[in-house]
Design a protein around this ligand. Structure first.
Ligand code: SF4
Length: 860
């Protein structure tokens, strides 16, 4: 921090909303946050901010914050001390462990904490003895991980925001102008330099408004759109033959599938005129390098994994992978959703994607300095230790049912205690099932700066504790943006009210448990010399554990980078530094993109470049799963990283520089899989969504059936088993249904608890609305501004009589006939009810109501 004005300190830090990772100058006077200013030298945003970042101080200092620990007893909220709260929680956890075992606790972690906080969440559940931990990434981008991982190795954005300036053409399957606003400044710079923009979106969005071509396709037909483009590319011989021959596997098999999708057939499926598909193919083939950008609109489908694979295959055909200006840029949502995924706040893996095998557990036991046998004894059994726990989607659909597969809602839930740590669960859907589950468990612990909507949703008189977490501007830690760039976010002010940092709360909870589980705290803090929760810093967590253990994604260099940055850079940047962000990896740049193989490695701004040496960020495709193809061809990459390195997991102190020098030379041996034989559809095909309003197309392009895909998508199992299905579908068609598509607003973020508590943002966008096409509105007698009830058949299908929200009609031709759009930041308006009165206010308090919806309340 530098002192510029008298009494005002300017602290350079990072925005805490979305995964663009913009830098902001926070103004602090007398220890108080008094405003913000643009940080013009920050390479990612260069002083630009969207309205969320520009008004961030109003979120941090919002009077709607949770101020002290609260407990609900006999229907009333009572203020309690931290000590009492943690003791109640610890006692309950032990009681549940005794009665039902460690797996009766489910931990919904957060993508809004630092890497250090996320890492400690996973470590906490490992020491507790359960894999029942998950977070937002499961809902948002797990299909990205499966889709990209199965195609070329890492399930992450291949390039970075700045690099999009180097693209000559960009095809969007998203709406970055509104969803990731500052990223769009790099995109507009590309356009200024002559890049062609193609927007594929069922809705005419702000991104579509500045694009050269809008492919307005029917929701759920993404694969057909991509295959139509690929058909034209193959038919006209515009594909990159050398690239396909040298760096991919299975093109011929894909060709057979793709050639079944000529633009005329694609027009029938998608509604996009054949001429526009041809034009898109021409633009992409004649403006290289081109990049493909997508976000949650593509991932959250029954065929999400296959959508993402189709995107990657398009880029492979064009030879656009592993190049500046190319790649597949998956824009992620929350500020640290990439980091929380890397730290594996996930039920199926340990930090740095180590899986749950005995070898993986032994690796981490060694890092933590504990005996593997002791760690094993914490679990119900070795099987449970190596078995995937519940996921967020299982929780929402199945926790109530008592099984991951939701075989029926009458079984008792195995989950008895629930942590909602920076996680707004109602926003994940199936709200009625979630609500019932909230009312069934014995205790819910909510840890959040704001009274997360679960607090209001659960209609229960006892058994909820609300702990005030501070925001990420009241603590420090590393944060990984969507471009894999790890940045250090400095603390701006001390925690407000009685709030505490995530890492303090985790260490303190372990200490509270230690009273009933002697020796736990000593083991948990072995690498920190048994220091108290007040003394352990995020820097120590990064340096002593994350950089030592998280080798699989190459987090090793983070420590040296952090120290170097503090010592040498002093927050100054030279223009060359800034430029290097956008081009080939050379020199220094802000943030360190993983993989970063040792302390002198510069990081990898662009994945899969095999034209530069490893020590400049070169890397080849690294498909991990099933590296031997059915025909015996080995796809094993010559730069496959930790899994080939001798003693990589056991020799934590060894510097592998020599080995890396000799072995990690891009060799061209790493192949991307166009044909992924391990998936039910090795080459993606169009499948109509289960709830399609087009029964004729459903016959022709059937959705996944249980026997084909059930093992992979338990959700499909539910559908296939539902005896109500036929009746419901009949009803559905009687109602001439509309397809509901969703997305982000510039002004709000996620489930809305942070932004709807910001008076500025709540004034700009005060309420939920539904965009409806004028023809549909006339048919239904709806006028602009009318309140409408939007009913979801999904809720009906799950056995509930009705599930709806109330929203104000916005009659607009931005949405085509047959489609409505609702932004997804309004979980709390479930069934149109306002929850204002139900939000906690401690007895005897005369302060403001803690309702997140008190600003710009919802229509009743
Ligand atoms: Fe940047 Fe995202 Fe913050 Fe907006 S919300 S300022 S785009 S990081």
């Amino acid at each position: 921090a530098k002192e510029v004005e008298e009494g005002v300190k300017y602290v350079k830090t990072i925005c805490l909303f979305c995964a663009v990772g913009c830098g902001i100058l926070a103004k602090v006077k007398n220890g108080k946050l008094v405003g913000i200013e643009p940080w013009t030298e920050h390479p990612i945003n260069r002083g630009k901010l969207c309205v969320k970042g520009a008004s961030i101080n109003y979120t941090i200092t919002s009077p709607k914050r949770v101020r002290y620990p609260l407990i609900k007893e006999g229907g009333k909220w009572r203020k309690i001390s931290w000590e009492e709260a943690l003791d109640i929680i610890a006692k309950k956890m032990m009681e549940i462990r005794e009665k039902y075992g460690p797996d009766a606790v489910f931990f919904a972690g957060s993508a809004h904490t630092s890497n250090e906080g996320a890492y400690l969440m996973r470590k906490f559940m490992a020491f507790w003895g359960s894999n029942n931990i998950d977070h937002q990434a499961r809902i948002c981008h797990s299909t990205t991980v499966a889709g990209l991982g199965n195609t070329w190795g890492y399930g992450a954005m291949t390039n970075n925001f700045n690099d999009m300036r180097n693209s000559k053409a960009i095809i969007f399957f998203s709406n970055p102008a509104e969803a990731h606003p500052v990223s769009f400044f790099h995109i507009m710079e590309a356009k200024r330099r002559g890049a062609k923009l193609i927007c594929a979106d069922p809705r005419f969005s702000r991104t579509a408004a500045v694009s050269d071509l809008h492919l307005q396709f029917r929701p759920g037909t993404d694969i057909a759109v991509v295959w139509g483009i690929c058909h034209e590319i193959i038919k006209n011989g515009w594909y990159d033959e050398n690239f396909i021959r040298e760096r991919t596997y299975g093109f011929e098999k894909a060709r057979e599938v793709i050639m079944k999708y000529p633009p005329e057939i694609v027009e029938e499926i998608t509604g996009v005129p054949a001429e526009k598909i041809k034009e898109a193919a021409y633009i992409l083939a004649h403006n290289k390098p081109a990049t493909l950008q997508y976000a949650m609109g593509a991932t959250q489908h029954e065929v999400g994994t296959q959508n993402i694979r189709a995107f990657a295959i398009l880029q492979l055909l064009l030879g656009n992978a592993g190049k500046p200006g190319g790649g597949v840029n998956a824009f992620r949502g929350h500020d640290n959703v990439q980091g929380a995924t890397d730290m594996c706040v996930l039920s199926h893996t340990l930090p740095s994607y180590y899986g749950l095998s005995e070898k993986a557990w032994k690796h981490w036991a060694k890092v933590w300095g504990v005996d593997y046998e002791w760690l094993k004894s914490r679990f119900a059994s070795k099987d449970f230790m190596e078995k995937k726990g519940f996921t967020m989607s299982c929780w929402s659909l199945g926790a109530l049912a008592g099984t991951e597969h939701y075989d029926g809602i009458d079984q008792p839930s195995p989950i008895k205690m629930l942590f909602l740590w920076g996680h707004s669960t109602p926003s994940i859907g199936n709200v009625k099932a979630v609500k019932k589950a909230y009312e069934t468990v014995e205790m819910i612990v909510v840890v959040d700066p704001f009274p997360e909507s679960a607090v209001a949703l659960a209609e229960r008189d006892d058994g909820i504790i609300l702990l005030p977490a501070c925001t990420q501007w009241e603590t420090s830690g590393s944060v990984t943006n969507s471009g894999r760039q790890v940045q250090w976010r400095d603390k701006v002010i001390d925690p407000l009210y009685e709030s505490k940092s995530d890492i303090w709360i985790i260490f303190s909870l372990v200490k509270a448990l230690d009273k009933y589980d002697p020796g736990l705290y000593e083991k948990f803090t072995k690498n920190f010399g048994g220091k108290s929760p007040d003394e352990i810093t995020p820097e120590e967590v990064l340096d002593k554990e994350i950089t030592v253990g998280a080798r699989a994604i190459g987090m090793i260099g983070q420590k040296s980078w952090r120290l170097k940055r503090q010592k040498e850079y002093d927050y100054t940047f030279d223009p060359e530094t800034l430029r290097s962000m956008a081009g080939p990896c050379k020199g220094e740049y802000w943030g360190l993109p993983w993989p970063c193989w040792n302390e002198r490695h510069p990081g990898t701004p662009i994945l899969y470049r095999n034209d530069i040496p490893v020590w400049e960020g070169g890397h080849d495709f690294r498909v991990k799963w099933g590296t031997k193809a059915p025909d015996g061809e080995s796809l094993l990459s010559g730069v496959n990283g930790h899994d080939q390195m001798p003693g990589w997991t056991t020799n934590l102190e060894t510097d592998y520089s020599d080995w890396l020098d000799k072995n990690m030379v891009p060799s061209g041996r790493g192949r991307a899989r166009i044909f992924a034989w391990n998936l039910p559809d090795p080459v993606p095909v169009h499948r109509e969504p289960l709830w399609t309003p087009k029964p004729d197309l459903a016959e022709k392009y059937p959705a996944y059936e249980d026997e084909v895909y059930g093992k992979f998508h338990f959700r499909v199992k539910i559908h296939a088993k539902s005896y109500q299905m036929a009746w419901l579908k009949k009803k559905l068609y009687e109602y001439s249904p509309l397809v509901w598509t969703s997305g982000r607003q510039v002004e709000h973020h996620g489930g809305g608890s942070m932004t709807r508590n910001n008076p500025i943002l709540a004034e700009f966008q005060p309420e939920l609305y539904v965009e409806i096409n004028p023809e549909d509105a006339i048919e239904r007698g709806i006028k602009d501004g009318d309140l409408c009830m939007v009913v979801s058949f999904r809720g009906v299908e799950l056995g509930f009589t009705h599930a709806h929200v109330v929203a104000k009609a916005k009659v607009t031709s931005a949405v085509p006939k047959g489609v409505v759009f609702l932004p997804f930041h309004w979980a709390g308006v479930f069934e149109g009810k306002s929850y204002v009165e139900r939000f906690p206010r401690a007895e005897g308090e005369s302060g403001e109501s803690l309702s997140p919806y008190a600003y710009g309340d919802t229509p009743n």
